[in-house]
Ligand binder design. Structure first.
Ligand code: G4P
Length: 526
């Protein structure tokens, strides 16, 4: 086997997603601990890690104490090379998370045992389903009082719309939490609250082993046996292939804070999770094992320091070997570029790399060359598919407040949109620019950055909109007719596609009824 194939096979590139506070940061930190990428966890409290090492280079993030940025954490675990793509916890930056999900090969979802499936998780799962991304679920905080695990499984299935299969099972919960029976490996892990160390592990023969009764008590042991019998009766045997095809989600239980159930998760994950898969381009499918390099930009990360205005473009390597200083074609501009200082993210350190393989993320210093979704190749004219945009939740007109700086404002808006900070729509009726975001915070970020990076000042004016829908139809006449009828509400997105700005749910429903031949999409990828 070639080096390339070996390197691909050992890579696991994934993201951890959750509703804020379910324990994503804590779990990430514990995974880094197992990988030897950091040496102390738990005692260092997740927030500290949040604020220093894991994800923020941005001033704004320090000010607000929330994770605005998405970064990458690479480390070796046994024979595996693991790349965790961090996603912003704050829901106002959900769009960043959606894009990050285009660059991963699988996902771990963290759910709080007391809260079950929450809104953000539901939405992110939708994105995973769209792409058949394999998903493992970690039910967290078993050391606290929570819901019945069977209830949780039902809820996961109905709310996340995916079949589930428990691979570990809790014995008791909260105060009575004794440990976890590892169905996958047939071992018993006994719970000892400890933020630094790994739990105690007991090898057992099978579920009937009297050792279980001795260690957790007879009543609990019997309850466990009943539960396992039920599980084996209700759920089909675990099929790793079905998981890799995104049809079934294995479920683990544990407590990230107490480092409990985390190693089991990680060990199973590296074994069953997919290595980098072929990626669809507009022209053809690109296999990671192809010799020639290809990759795409899924994230542009701005440096918020006004004295060093620069960005890092995050490139996901899709095929071949990426090499420092090699000539690569930037397909959108047709230019051949060489990258002298590409960086990789290993063990919390950002350092220059000479090469990278499919599944790896390379950071390329950028001063405005790249746009989200750009393709780089060894020369072949291929275009990876557009990254999806979702209909924003909030809309505002953006207005210039300094006529002397209108050029700066133009440029700033253009670049921020290329970075994917928010979405721009141009109203075709009055030519006004509308910025669409997922949350209020993005408007503040845009205003702050326009001022500090471009010297342009703007103000926001309200506009009452419900949704932006991308429209298309096989019936051109109906489409033209619709656009004429709704000309005040028609806009173009940054790619020049037609977007209908519906000001209420009612108006949208009426439009759908009146124009059955038109398809209304709530995301740009259809
Ligand atoms: P997030 O990134 O998904 O937003 O969650 P994060 O890891 O920051 O965890 C949110 C809170 O939940 C933190 O407490 C964290 O300590 C706690 N937590 C994480 N895993 C567990 C667990 O297994 N059991 C229990 N009991 N708690 C857990 P916090 O109070 O918000 O932070 P702090 O004040 O402790 O720093």
């Amino acid at each position: 086997m070639s080096i390339l194939t070996d390197e691909i096979k050992r890579r696991r590139t994934f993201a951890i997603i959750s509703h804020p506070d379910a324990g994503k940061t804590t779990l990430t930190e514990k995974l880094l601990l197992f990988g030897g990428a950091i040496h102390v966890a738990g005692a260092v409290k997740s927030n500290k890690i949040k604020k220093t090492a894991t994800s923020d280079w941005m001033e704004i993030e320090k000010q607000r104490g929330i994770s605005v940025a998405t970064s990458v954490m690479g480390f070796n675990y046994g024979d595996y090379k693991i790349n965790i793509l961090d996603t912003p916890g704050h829901q106002d930056f959900a769009e960043d998370t959606y894009r990050t999900l285009t660059a991963v090969d699988s996902v771990i979802i963290v759910v709080d045992v007391a809260k079950g499936v929450e809104q953000q998780t539901r939405k992110l799962m939708e994105v995973c389903r769209m792409r058949n991304t394999p998903v493992i679920i970690f039910v967290n905080k078993l050391d606290r009082e929570g819901r019945d695990p069977f209830d949780i499984l039902d809820e996961l299935e109905s709310e996340l719309k995916i079949s589930v299969r428990p691979l570990s099972w809790p014995i008791g919960i909260g105060e009575k939490f004794k440990g976890v029976y590892n169905i996958y490996e047939n071992t018993l892990d006994l719970f000892k609250p400890d933020k630094q160390k790994v739990s105690e592990r007991l090898e057992i023969k099978d579920i009937d082993d009297p050792l279980i009764d001795e260690t957790v008590g007879e009543a609990e042991a019997n309850k466990l046996r009943e539960d396992i019998e039920l599980i084996e009766g209700v759920y089909p045997d675990f099929d790793p292939e079905a998981y890799r095809e995104g049809r079934i989600a294995p479920v683990f239980f544990g407590s990230a804070l107490n480092t409990f159930g985390v190693k089991e998760l990680l060990d199973c994950f590296v074994e069953i999770a997919p290595s980098p898969k072929p990626v669809a381009s507009k022209e053809r499918e690109i296999d990671p094992n192809e010799e020639n390099f290809s990759g795409f930009v899924f994230k542009i990360h701005a440096n918020m320091d006004p004295n060093h205005r620069s960005c890092i473009a995050f490139v996901k390597v899709c095929s071949g070997k990426f090499e420092r200083n090699a000539p690569y074609k930037h397909i959108r501009s047709g230019k051949v570029l060489r990258f002298a200082a590409p960086t990789a993210f290993m063990a919390q350190k950002k350092s220059i790399v000479d090469e990278a393989y499919p599944g790896d993320i390379v950071g390329i210093p950028d001063t405005g060359t790249f746009k989200i979704g750009d393709t780089l190749t060894s020369g072949e004219e291929i275009h990876f598919k557009d990254l999806p945009s979702f209909s924003p939740e909030m809309f505002k007109y953006i207005e210039n407040t300094d006529p002397m700086k209108s050029k700066q404002l133009e440029k700033g808006i253009q670049q921020l949109m290329d970075e994917g900070v928010a979405q721009l729509f141009i109203n075709q009726f009055n030519g006004r620019k509308i910025i669409g975001t997922v949350g209020q915070l993005q408007f503040e970020v845009i205003q702050y950055r326009l001022l500090h990076e471009y010297g342009a000042s703007c103000r926001w004016e309200p506009i009452s909109l419900y949704k932006a829908c991308w429209i298309e139809s096989d019936d051109q006449e109906a489409l033209e007719n619709f656009k004429k009828r709704k000309h005040q509400f028609m806009a173009k997105d940054k790619e020049g596609r037609d977007v209908f700005l519906a000001d209420s749910n009612y108006v949208l429903q009426m439009a759908q009824n009146d124009f059955p031949s038109i398809r209304f999409h709530f995301r740009s990828e259809f």
